[in-house]
Structure formats: C-alpha cells, structure tokens
Design a protein around this ligand. Structure first.
Ligand code: UT7
Length: 365
C-alpha cells in the first residue's frame, strides 16, 4: 500500500473520531438499486471558453484537474428540472411509475430556493403522491448520505421504493472571475430508485442468493471544524443577501483548494478503508470504485493509495467537472447503462465535500 495518505488526520483525532459501526444490524429486508438515471444539460462550457473569462488555459486545467468541459443548465432550467429528468429515467429503468414512490430525498446544495424544498418541487413536477420529501445538504457527499438514509427506511420495512436524487445547478453560485473555482464546477443530476431486494422477505431459513443486491455498510463523517475551507456565505440567517454581500461576492462558492485537496485524499481513503475493514474485504473484492468527481488528481491519489487498477475506477470528471452531490449518481448511472457495472458486483462509492463531510458506501449491485 502506498502511504500517500498520512494517518494523522483531523477527522481521525479522538475528538472527531467517527463511529466504527457502519454495518446495519440484520433485518428481514435488504436494499437493491432498482434503477438509475442521469442527465447532463447539453450546453457545454469548455476550457477554451474559460480562457476568455479568466486568466487560465486549457493545458493548465487539464494537467491540474483532468477537466476538459462542464455542462451548464439552460436559462430557466432549475435544479428540480435536471433532477426531474434523472428521476424519470431512474423510474423507467426500475419499471415503476411516480405513483410507486414512497419517499423522495433530494440531495443538493443548489436547490431552486431555500423553501419550499426542491424535493417538494420535484414531487409536484413528477406527479408523485404526497409522500415524505425533503432536501439533504451534505454538499458533495449528499448522495452517499441520502442513499444511506434510504437504505434504513427500506431495511426497516417502512417503505418499498425510495427516490434518491443528487442534482445541482451550480453555475449561478460560481464566480467566473475566480479562476480557482470557476474551472471546476458544472451542472447535472443523477438518481436511483432504491427498493427491496428481490429474494425477500428473507429469514434465517432462506438466506439470500449470491447475486442478491444489498448495501453492506455506510461510513459517514462530518468535521465542522474544517467548514471554513469551502463556503458559500451569503443567503442564510448569518449573512442575509444584501447589496454589500453581493458586492463582496459572498454569494459565490469560495474555497481553499490546496487544503481541501489534501483532506479529500485522506478522508476518502480513510472511509474506504473503514468500509473494507467492516466487511472483511480488500480492494481486490471491489469490482468498481466510484469516487466523487472533483479533480482527477484526487481520484488518482485515492486509487494509488489502494493500488486499485485505473480500469476499475469510474471516472467522468473530464466531461462533467465537479457537479457536487450529482457526481456519484451520474457516474453510477453511466457505469450501469454502458454495461460495466453488472448485477452481483461490489461497488464502493465515496465522496467528500463542504462541511467537511465525507463518506463511503459499499453495495452489491
Ligand atoms: O467538492 C470539493 C470541491 N473542491 C475541490 O475538490 C478542490 C480541490 N482542490 C483542487 O482541485 C486544486 O487545489 C485546484 C484545482 C483548485 C488548484 O490546483 P493546485 O494544483 O492545488 O494549484 P495551486 O492552488 O497550488 O496553485 C498553483 C498555481 C498558483 O500560481 P503560483 O502562486 O504558483 O504562481 C495559482 O495561482 O496555479 C495558479 N492557478 C492557476 N493557473 C492557471 C490557480 N488556478 C489557476 C488556473 N489557471 N485556473
């Protein structure tokens, strides 16, 4: 194992030591991804386009981030709209209709507006029943958090079909005069329908077959002491939108890129190791690693840490840039639709983001 990741981390200190438990107790039900969907708006913002906006160049962006282009939502195309396309595709892939959805979790940092929630807007646009619907803000880790919550409601037997969306329209929050951030972010959406595994209900006497889908474990973290590294300050109760806030540009995403980079590599490596340890697995048992798509060098560093071959890592950051909560479900959907990810394979999702949040979720697809 290549020790690129120092073991001493703020997230691993005694104060912030996360729960070792990430494996749920046995219950009659397991979760299965019934269908996936994703959507990338057709409009592109290329590196060459950015060269006209800030002092940067294609070669630098490609070398330092791996990103070549990002997709940008059209005027009047909101986060609920991009989420809606992904949600409809996920429903279609599941063989279900909006009427079957028992709960909607909408993971985003760029909702249509603070309230009502984008989940409620989506519920209306989708024509779903009046089911429990809420937004989840765990930044780029949002989808991993959301899928974990959905798994609990499936495993408890409360709900049968849960729609989890990760969707962002980030471009209104990007300062296209700040070359450190504007090169990174794009818009897009991914969605899954989580349902009950097919051999259910399962009891001691009817153990699941080898191809039964399940979520093995989730290891989620947050370290608020590092919150200053990545912020969008204005628009909340601490700093309501004002002419002064707009003047300062506090309504834009702001970050300390180099420090986030280091934490990202450490924390994703840590939470992936936790997932492997909790399940008595090694990276050899993982068929696909789907990391948050923020920067190709971060993805490569995590892959190198585990010695995982590049062919087993799903990467699309060159095409999408960083779509925050949407990166993981978009990459998952692309892997499923192009036939790389097959039933019975082990898939390890991992992400990190503002908060700082981070997490891993290990599933059998
Ligand atoms: O979901 C989480 C979201 N955030 C992240 O994932 C951010 C993680 N961090 C990163 O991806 C990288 O830190 C960046 C891509 C943001 C920056 O790359 P870096 O290799 O860490 O560059 P740096 O900040 O160390 O800057 C190196 C040089 C600096 O110039 P000097 O001081 O060496 O003369 C920067 O001013 O590169 C300069 N620079 C640029 N040059 C051309 C910074 N941004 C640019 C740019 N084009 N866009």
């Amino acid at each position: 194992m290549n020790p690129v990741v120092p073991s001493e981390t703020s997230q691993g200190s005694e104060k912030t030591k996360p729960h070792a438990l990430g494996k749920p107790a046995a219950t009659p039900f397991e979760s299965r991804i019934l269908g996936t969907g994703s959507y990338l708006p057709p409009k592109l913002l290329t590196n060459t386009d950015l060269e006209k906006l800030v002092e940067t160049n294609d070669a630098w962006i490609v070398e330092r981030t791996g990103i070549r282009q990002r997709h940008i939502a059209a005027d009047g195309e909101y986060t609920s709209d991009v989420g809606l396309v992904a949600a409809k595709l996920a429903l279609e892939a599941s063989g279900l209709t909006a009427n079957d959805v028992d709960m909607i979790i909408f993971c985003t940092v760029s909702g249509d507006q603070p309230t009502p929630s984008t989940a409620c807007v989506l519920q209306k646009k989708l024509g779903a029943r009046n089911v429990m619907s809420f937004d989840l803000n765990a930044a780029c880790t949002g989808f991993v958090y959301g899928l974990t919550i959905a798994d609990q409601f499936i495993r408890s037997g409360i709900y049968e079909h849960i729609l989890v969306v990760g969707a962002e329209v980030l471009h209104p929050f990007v300062n296209y005069k700040d070359r450190e951030t504007c090169i990174l972010f794009g818009d897009g959406a991914g969605a899954v329908i989580l349902g009950r595994s097919n051999a259910l209900p399962r009891t001691e006497s009817t153990p699941p077959s080898k191809t039964d889908s399940k979520i093995y474990s989730a290891h989620l973290r947050a370290d608020g002491s590092l919150g200053e590294l990545f912020t969008l300050r204005a628009g909340g109760s601490a700093m309501p939108l004002s002419a002064e806030a707009l003047e300062r540009g506090d309504h834009y995403l702001s970050m300390k890129g180099r420090e986030i980079f280091k934490h990202a590599v450490r924390t994703m490596s840590d939470v992936c190791q936790q997932a492997l340890d909790a399940n008595g697995m090694s990276m050899d048992d993982i068929d696909w690693l789907i990391p948050h798509q923020a920067n190709l060098r971060i993805i490569d560093a995590v892959g190198k840490h585990f010695g995982i071959p590049a062919e087993k890592v799903i990467v699309n950051v060159h095409d999408t840039g960083n779509t925050s909560a949407a990166t993981v479900p978009i990459a998952l959907d692309q892997g499923v639709r192009d036939g790389r990810i097959r039933r019975g394979q082990n898939v390890l999702l991992t992400a990190f983001g503002s908060g700082l949040t981070s997490g891993s979720l290990l599933l059998k697809y």
